[in-house]
Design a protein around this ligand. Structure first.
Ligand code: GLU
Length: 376
């Protein structure tokens, strides 16, 4: 039952490591920082720590805070330059705030500002893992935000929901709690009196996506339900539970856990290590479009062979992450290509026996090997 499951997020045994994401509208009100509310939340985080749970915070609010200080309109989101400047100003205040509030509980805060690329590149992702692990071992609470001042439009997460899910993967967390200004996922626009909240979701299907209505309701953050569902998809493949709950109350974690008010997305499977990283990749270098026979083979656990490829898209090198797509454009898998785009094009549709002659060198056993691929 949902209530019991949400309680699990507050249990050391079921959730030894929890990522809590705090949305901008919770941190910043019309009169500036919502300090009283935040003090209550930090008391809950300290209690989680006292129970023996590791806690990581993903905190939004830099842009909103900075915009207020600089007098920018539209919450600092009128242009990319505004957002970047606002974040630079707001981030200092935000970090000081967390350090201060956690410090009141004798907890050391640690700041990490990440870009999308930090988590898309395997080596940098592993660096993040190592840093987070060391910080948690040392008893600190990492407070993470996107490095908005340097991330340009093309290379940014843009929302902290997916950032939180990726951080949870990198940190080997058991659960993510997204606190925002909504009570969870509703089966239609929550403004509709007939709307009902879903307590539990097993798999983010097309039907579930259809329930999400898009942008942020507060207009302050950039998340909205769409990015929360994308975060849930990243989490569910990595064996991480993800809950969406409202932070518009005092002691929001207790409310979500004890009263079961929120939506819990259950993990679907547990990809570990490289496969979890691959499955959560948000930007891919290219795509291999495959026929129905090859798609079947992949679902049976096979590698992707050139004979089943019908088109090659994008410019990628050997070892780059690519999408494997069906003829309808739907993504079937993410994988690391064994050949660059030009050689993939040379080989497409051709049987393995022909490869050596086509390439002029000893071919690999597959275009994407099953060990370097994760079904989506
Ligand atoms: N990184 C942004 C900020 O600190 C927030 C992103 C979001 O709204 O999720 O303001």
């Amino acid at each position: 039952m949902t209530i019991a499951r949400l309680v699990d997020l507050a249990g050391k045994a079921t959730c030894p490591r929890l990522v809590v994401k705090v949305g901008s509208s919770l941190l910043v009100g019309t009169d500036g920082v919502r300090r009283d509310w935040l003090e209550g939340l930090v008391a809950e985080l300290a209690a989680a720590r006292a129970r023996g749970q590791d806690v990581i915070v993903v905190s939004s609010g830099a842009i909103a805070l900075g915009a207020a200080k600089l007098g920018f309109d539209k919450g600092g989101r009128a242009s990319l330059a505004d957002a970047q400047a606002a974040a630079a100003v707001g981030q200092i205040a935000l970090s000081a705030l967390w350090a201060d509030l956690l410090g009141a509980h004798t907890i050391t805060a640690a700041q990490l500002l990440l870009t999308l690329e930090d988590l898309e590149d395997r080596r940098r992702y592993l660096n993040v893992t190592a840093t987070l692990t060391r910080l948690l071992d040392a008893g600190a609470v990492p407070v993470i935000n996107e490095n908005d001042s340097v991330a340009t439009q093309e290379i940014r997460f843009g929302d902290n929901d997916r950032l939180a899910a990726r951080v949870a993967q990198a940190a080997g967390a058991s659960a993510v709690l997204l606190l925002s200004d909504v009570d969870g996922l509703f089966d239609r626009n929550p403004a509709d009196p007939a709307a009902r909240r879903l307590n539990e979701v097993r798999g983010v299907t097309a039907e579930i996506h259809a329930m999400a209505s898009g942008g942020s309701s507060s207009g302050m953050g950039s998340g909205g339900m769409t990015s929360k569902l994308q975060a849930a998809e990243i989490a569910e493949r990595a064996g991480i539970a993800l809950a969406i709950a409202s932070g518009l109350h005092d002691a929001p974690i207790a409310r979500a856990c004890e009263q079961g008010i929120g939506t819990l997305f259950l993990p679907r499977r547990k990809d570990a290590g490289r496969k979890a990283w691959l499955g959560g990749r948000l930007r891919l270098k290219g795509a291999l479009v495959i026929d129905a026979g090859a798609a079947k083979a992949l679902h049976r656990g096979g590698s992707l062979l050139a004979a089943g490829i019908i088109a090659v898209e994008g410019q990628f090198q050997r070892g780059d992450a690519v999408a494997v797509q069906g003829e309808d454009g739907g993504v079937i898998a993410h994988g690391l290509a064994e050949y660059d785009a030009a050689d993939c094009t040379r080989l497409l549709g051709r049987k393995n026996a022909e490869h050596s002659a086509l390439l002029g060198y000893a071919p690999r056993s597959a275009v994407v090997h099953r060990d370097q691929m994760v079904l989506i």
